[in-house]
Design a protein. Structure first.
Length: 134
């Protein structure tokens, strides 16, 4: 009976440690028409186009890529790895597809420089910014 309690405690500890993520739930937004505006002395992104793309890190191994045009949108879930401040996105989504609407070149197989406030495409320097939510 004592051994069973120890095994159960070890299983609970193992499960709780395996479910933790160092990166948490983070959202990064890209907009072709990104401008900065001063709000209370702080530069914040101002969106001026109707197309919005975002990357949402939902766990330590998957992210959602979303595209919104006016009121219509689409989303897919893709695996990624974070190594040496680089976010490397898989070449297929979790459904084993390598196309997503007309945006396959914009997400699959890409590498981004990772920081808490932005993701930077290493090919062309385009940035996805993390909105500051208070």
């Amino acid at each position: 009976m004592k051994n069973l309690k120890i095994v159960l405690i070890l299983i609970i500890i193992g499960l709780s440690l395996s479910c933790k993520s160092n990166y948490g739930f983070k959202t990064y937004v890209f907009d072709d028409g990104l401008e900065l505006e001063k709000v209370n002395g702080i530069d914040k992104p101002k969106i001026r186009t109707t197309m919005r793309r975002s990357i949402v890190i939902v766990s330590d191994s998957t992210l959602n890529y979303n595209v919104m045009i006016h009121d219509f949108g689409a989303s897919t879930t893709i695996k990624y790895k974070l190594e040496n401040e680089l976010l490397k996105i898989d070449t297929v989504d979790i459904y084993n597809r390598n196309s997503f609407q007309n945006y396959a070149e914009e997400i699959f197989g890409l590498t981004y420089k990772y920081s808490k406030d932005s993701l930077t495409d290493i090919r062309n320097g385009q940035k996805y910014y993390s909105p500051k939510i208070k």
